[in-house]
Design a protein around this ligand. Structure first.
Ligand code: ZN
Length: 322
């Protein structure tokens, strides 16, 4: 059986201040705050999930906001850029919005078959892009008081990995993760999942001589790829193990089940199941509104809640999409 990729499931990055992170992603970018939970490995810190209106796989960017974290260094062996999809008719809207909110952005440019790419940095310096593409169809749009559904961010578009050389990672993407090579230009090699849905693009950018990346605020921690179900995940696991990768045991992340491994270029990869999703512990119209804990941490809720920094939801977050 040949593996066919369904693309990216989520990207997880490090932030410093939880409030600034929430204000930027749910407020300025208008993503839906789909889950407010804790880092299962360190429950005194938050784990925030942002996504589209339904929290669909392929739309999710998550953060570990570590208030005391030093800023990381973007470099070789990392996901250097995380890109979201918008429709071409929304470029002007976003430029105006970025100016209004003092976002540090670059003049839009054209790249491959993408009509416009707007590169910008989040409050911790994380490199993010909005990619205008006619194929950026709506999964489950989300609107806020300031961002109408037509201009909303559709979900993830791509990740760009910065690496010394792309050969082994390219082989992994094709042979173990089911991606197809689609484009090559200068030092960038593009791979895509067949359906070309949300989060279907992985760019490998060769950056020989670039300093190694250092994990910290403003850097990506890992990227997760989608498995439809447990059987598909197990199939990927067996494939990876057979090719000599050191794969973690299966971990239950409540909203999906995960396995992790380090790809040859140094980036931490995860394979996460589509199910059960974010509506498993709160109704879809209430996503992100209260602190959710895994069952085994519920007995410590009072203590955890007291240790977590206070946060308030941005003013512009609405109720369910009208
Ligand atoms: Zn993850």
């Amino acid at each position: 059986m040949t593996l066919v990729s369904k693309g990216i499931h989520h990207v997880t990055a490090i932030a410093s201040d939880p409030q600034k992170n929430l204000d930027f992603y749910a407020g300025v970018l208008g993503l839906r705050f789909v889950k407010r939970t804790v880092n299962f490995d360190d429950p005194t810190t938050y784990h925030f999930y942002f996504g589209d209106g339904a929290g669909n796989p392929g739309s999710i960017l998550t953060f570990f906001p570590w208030p005391a974290s030093r800023r990381g260094r973007q470099g070789d062996g990392q996901v250097g850029v995380t890109s979201f999809a918008i429709l071409p008719g929304s470029v002007g809207f976003w430029i105006e919005r970025f100016i209004k909110h003092n976002v540090d952005f670059e003049h839009p440019k054209t790249r491959f078959d993408e009509e416009r790419v707007i590169a910008f940095r989040d409050p911790d310096g994380l490199l993010v892009e909005l990619v205008a593409h006619p194929g950026a169809d709506a999964g489950a749009t989300w609107s806020t008081l300031a961002i109408p559904a037509e201009h909303s961010i559709r979900g993830l578009y791509s990740v760009t990995l910065w690496q010394k050389s792309s050969d082994l990672t390219g082989k992994l993407l094709i042979e173990s993760l089911g991606f197809e090579p689609v484009l090559e230009q200068a030092s960038t090699f593009r791979y895509a999942a067949k359906g070309r849905g949300l989060g279907s693009v992985v760019d490998l950018r060769c950056v020989p001589g670039l300093w190694p990346g250092v994990l910290g605020a403003g850097t990506v921690h890992h990227v997760a790829f989608r498995a439809s179900d447990d059987a598909e995940q197990l199939e990927s696991r067996n494939n990876l193990v057979a090719r000599g990768f050191n794969v973690s045991p299966l971990m239950n992340r409540d909203y999906f089940r995960s396995i992790y491994f380090r790809e040859p270029g140094g980036v931490l990869f995860e394979i996460a199941t589509d199910s059960p999703g974010f509506a498993i512990d709160e109704p879809i119209d209430k996503l992100g509104q209260s602190l959710k804990l895994p069952e085994w941490l519920e007995p410590r809720r009072f203590e955890i809640d007291a240790l977590l920094p206070n946060i308030r939801l941005p003013m512009e977050i609405p109720g369910p999409n009208a």
